[in-house]
Design a binder for this molecule. Structure first.
Ligand SMILES: NC(=O)c1ccc[n+]([C@@H]2O[C@H](COP(=O)([O-])OP(=O)(O)OC[C@H]3O[C@@H](n4cnc5c(N)ncnc54)[C@H](OP(=O)(O)O)[C@@H]3O)[C@@H](O)[C@H]2O)c1
Length: 257
């Protein structure tokens, strides 16, 4: 998909953080964007911001990705407006940090429905039409924490669901390759967003060591810019001297210069 101009992308979790940065970049490159998040207020704000900076069509569809009906509504709204969906950026996600025995059951359910089922279901909704056209790119925000085995302490539910998602996407890569559809997993280290800001012991020290959203955007743009006959299966970019490993893996951190 070297020429992005005039294509259409759905981006979930795009009202802030990584998703918003991706939506802005795609719009800047001439892609019409359908952005989704739960809060209508912040979604509307982001739609206005992107519209001011680009000439493409931008629509916001309030969506809770943990709800199948909302996902159907999102996909239908995109097709109604643009006829086809060329790119899906599966990005909406939540995180939480608990010793497992203290993790509320509702939190476990929410993580599974948002970070795993939300991705798988939306892919299932978009692929039939991509298969019919024999074209499409599906880029998924997984997590660098899946590189840890065993998964990090206090992130057991979050990270193991991402491991499952990564395994699903790896399998799907081969199945979809036959139809010309590209499946890519992005594995970022710790990025400076609200998601990490809320987690204890992760970002309170040395926030300058967090990656910026633009680093993740660069990975997405790389995945979309390779020639048609190639596809990055997985892209991992991890912070040097990441603060993320601290509660997870012992490390000796160099003093910041
Ligand atoms: N930040 C990191 O260090 C990091 C590292 C590795 C992977 N990731 C992954 O990257 C993705 C984006 O993270 P981020 O750091 O950008 O998070 P963020 O700043 O908290 O933004 C999350 C976005 O997702 C939306 N969202 C949350 N739950 C949703 C739901 N159920 N339905 C629809 N939208 C929902 C939020 O809007 P509403 O709240 O209004 O719905 C918001 O737009 C996540 O999948 C995360 O696991 C992040």
């Amino acid at each position: 998909m070297v020429n992005l101009k005039g294509k259409t992308a759905i981006i979930t979790g795009a009202s802030r953080g990584i998703g918003k940065a991706i939506a802005e970049k795609l719009a800047e490159n001439g892609v019409n964007v359908v952005i989704a998040a739960r809060s209508k207020e912040s979604l509307d704000k982001t739609v206005d911001e992107i519209k001011k900076k680009s000439k493409v069509k931008v629509i916001g569809v309030p969506t809770d990705v943990s709800k199948l009906e909302d996902l159907k509504n999102l996909y239908n709204a995109a097709v109604k407006e643009f006829k086809t969906v060329d790119i899906l950026i599966n990005n909406a996600g939540v995180s939480s940090q608990y010793p497992f025995d203290k993790q509320p059951l509702e939190d476990i359910e929410n993580l599974a429905h948002t970070n795993y089922l939300g991705y798988v279901r939306l892919i299932r909704l978009v692929i039939p039409e991509m298969i019919a056209r024999r074209e499409g790119a599906i880029i998924n925000m997984v997590s660098g924490s899946t590189l840890c085995d065993p998964v990090p302490k206090t992130f057991v539910t979050y990270s193991s669901l991402k491991v499952g998602l990564r395994a699903f996407l790896k399998g799907l890569f081969w199945e979809m390759r036959d139809y010309g559809i590209k499946i890519t997993s992005i594995l970022p280290g710790v990025v400076d967003t609200d998601l990490t800001g809320k987690l204890q012991n992760i970002t309170q020290e040395q926030t300058d060591r967090l990656m910026s959203t633009s680093t993740v955007v660069d990975m997405v743009m790389f995945a979309l810019s390779v020639p048609d006959n190639a596809c990055p299966l997985e892209l991992a970019v991890i912070n040097q001297q990441t603060p993320w490993t601290k509660p997870v893996i012992d490390y000796e951190q160099k003093q910041a210069k």
